[in-house]
Design a protein around this ligand. Structure first.
Ligand SMILES: O=c1ccn([C@H]2C[C@H](O)[C@@H](COP(=O)(O)OP(=O)(O)OP(=O)(O)O)O2)c(=O)[nH]1
Length: 204
C-alpha cells in the first residue's frame, strides 16, 4: 500500500462528520489518526533522505575524482554551474598586477592538481576577458605535473589592464586523451585536402 492509500485508510476510520466508525470518542480517534500520520510523515522523510543519499552515492561512482592541493584557500577552482565544462582558475597574487598594452605575464593559480593518466588539463581563456582583449593563449597541464598551475595572459586590449588578487583569469577543463601510437611511414595515405591549408578554401 502506498502512503496515500495508508493515509486514506486512516481517514476512513472516521465518517464524514469526524465520528469514529468504531465507536471511539472523537478526540481519541482523531488523536490516534494524527499520531499515525506523524509517523507516516517521518517514515516518508526518512525514505526520501535515504533515496537522495543512494542517488548521490551512485552518481559519485560515475565521477572521476581528481586530487586538488590549494596553495591558497582563496584559489579553489570554481565552477558556477555543475554542468560547466571548465573550472575557473584564480590569480594567486597578494596585490594587483598592472599589465601594460601588449604586455604578457605568467600568474600562479594557487592550485596543484593530480590529473590522472589518460587526461590533461586544458587551460583556456574566459570569454569575458577574451572579448576585452585580455587573452590566455592556452596551456597544457600534463598528467603527472604536480607544480602550481600557472596562467599566461596577454594584453591585446590596447589599454593597461589591472589583474586583481583572486580574479578569475582562465578556466581549466579536464580532457581525455585517446591512446595513440605514432607509426612512421614514407608516404601518407592520400586525402581530398592533401597539402592545402592556411586559407586555401577561401573566406566565404
Ligand atoms: O599554461 C600553462 C602551461 C603549462 N603549465 C605547466 C603544466 C605543464 O604540465 C607544464 C609543462 O608545460 P608544457 O609542456 O606546455 O611546457 P614546455 O614549455 O614544453 O615545458 P617542459 O619542457 O617542462 O615540458 O607546465 C602551466 O601550469 N600552465
Amino acid at each position: 500500500m502506498n502512503y496515500r492509500d495508508q493515509i486514506n485508510a486512516l481517514l476512513d476510520q472516521q465518517d464524514a462528520k469526524g465520528q469514529s466508525k468504531y465507536g471511539h470518542p472523537l478526540e481519541q480517534s482523531t488523536a490516534a489518526i494524527t499520531e499515525r500520520l506523524y509517523h507516516l510523515a517521518e517514515e516518508l522523510v526518512d525514505g526520501l533522505r535515504y533515496t537522495l543519499w543512494v542517488i548521490d552515492k551512485l552518481e559519485r561512482r560515475l565521477k572521476m575524482q581528481v586530487q586538488v592541493k590549494l596553495l591558497n584557500p582563496n584559489c579553489r577552482p570554481y565552477r558556477k554551474y555543475i554542468h560547466d565544462a571548465g573550472f575557473d582558475l584564480r590569480a594567486n597574487i597578494p596585490a594587483p598586477i598592472k599589465l601594460p598594452p601588449d604586455g604578457r605575464v605568467k600568474i600562479g593559480a594557487g592550485v596543484c592538481m593530480a590529473i590522472p593518466p589518460g587526461y590533461y588539463g586544458d587551460i583556456r581563456g574566459r570569454s569575458s576577458l577574451n572579448v576585452a582583449g585580455i587573452l590566455c593563449p592556452g596551456g597544457t597541464v600534463d598528467a603527472g605535473y604536480t607544480g602550481e598551475i600557472c596562467v599566461v595572459l596577454v594584453n591585446l586590449s590596447g589599454e593597461p589592464y589591472t589583474v586583481q588578487p583572486y580574479e578569475r583569469i582562465a578556466q581549466l577543463t579536464i580532457t581525455p586523451i585517446p591512446e595513440v601510437e605514432l607509426v612512421e611511414v614514407d608516404e601518407l595515405a592520400g586525402s581530398e585536402r592533401g597539402n592545402q591549408g592556411f586559407g586555401s578554401t577561401g573566406r566565404v
